[in-house]
Design a protein around this ligand. Sequence first.
Ligand code: KMT
Ligand code: NI
Length: 174
Amino acid sequence: MKVYYHDNTAEDQRLDHDSGIEVPAEAVANLGVLAYNFTGPSALDNVDALALSRDYKNRDVITISPVSMGDVYEEKVKTFYKEHLHEDEEIRYIVEGEGFFDVRDGQDRWVRLKMDAGDLIILPAGIYHRFSTTSTNYIKAMRLFKDEPKWTPLPRPCDDNQYRVEYLQSIKAN
Ligand code: KMT
Ligand code: NI
């Protein structure tokens, strides 16, 4: 996983948009974002243990690519890239391929997490974020969720949302 500030240029969302300024792991952790890397023979055991510890009982695997999605791929890519939040954590484990998760930092800058196979991310409820495929146009990801996930993307702005308010409180201490 590589983490850096987005360059804020508006060209093709699937390009790296690397500003050249890296974001240290500690700054990522201070946003309430948890990042892991599980590879090798015990990778799935590690995912299982994490899921168990956070009470994530269910999972599915999504492949996002023109081959798997056909005509709706381009539309999906645009939808995933719209800034939003959720009232639950968003947990993703990258099985194959690569993708970008962008999260807003405390100063409303885009922090880009470039995720590769083996990377796992937990975004806290209430954080503004978006997702994009890369120019390879291929990612296979495991989505972990609770029994009744509150998955609905709430588009920004929703600053009065209770989970948003609580999230901002939680990162203030940093
Ligand atoms: C999301 O919530 O934006 C997604 O699930 C994106 C696909 S997971 C790599
Ligand atoms: Ni999301």
